[in-house]
Design a protein around this ligand. Structure first.
Ligand SMILES: [Zn+2]
Ligand SMILES: [Zn+2]
Length: 131
């Protein structure tokens, strides 16, 4: 018999009384209004994220580095930065394997890989915010 790696082989418990903490997975992803993303998780949690929040929390190396830099008051604004911009929106949200989503933003940024763990931690729903 062929053995596959990383396949969830946990069997359904015979009784439904105990909820097994399986791997956290989104069961649905959808746009909520013009400026938010909603994710339903397999543990029943419903997450909401504003695009702005997600973009600001981009986990890619260059964004992380940028955040570590002290603000430079002498930095010049480039014409590209001063030009009017369309409201921030993703052009694509693509699954990467079973563990992450890659978001392609309309400002051309596409190197952010949001792992499921990361996304769950960024949840902006009232319950998570109250923590
Ligand atoms: Zn980034
Ligand atoms: Zn939440």
């Amino acid at each position: 018999m062929e053995v596959l790696n990383d396949v969830d082989t946990t069997e359904e418990p015979a009784t439904m009384s105990a909820v097994q903490p399986g791997p956290l997975r989104p069961t649905a992803l959808r746009k909520q209004g013009d400026d938010s993303l909603a994710i339903d998780w397999n543990d029943g949690h419903q997450s909401v994220y504003s695009w702005k929040h997600l973009r600001a929390q981009c986990p890619c190396a260059s964004c992380r580095e940028e955040k570590l830099q002290p603000p430079n008051p002498l930095r010049l604004l480039t014409p590209a930065e001063l030009a009017p911009k369309p409201p921030l929106a993703p052009q694509a949200v693509e699954p990467v394997g079973y563990y992450a989503y890659r978001i392609v933003w309309n400002d051309g940024h596409d190197t952010g890989l949001y792992t499921l763990e990361n996304l769950r931690a960024l949840c902006e729903c009232e319950r998570c915010q109250a923590k």
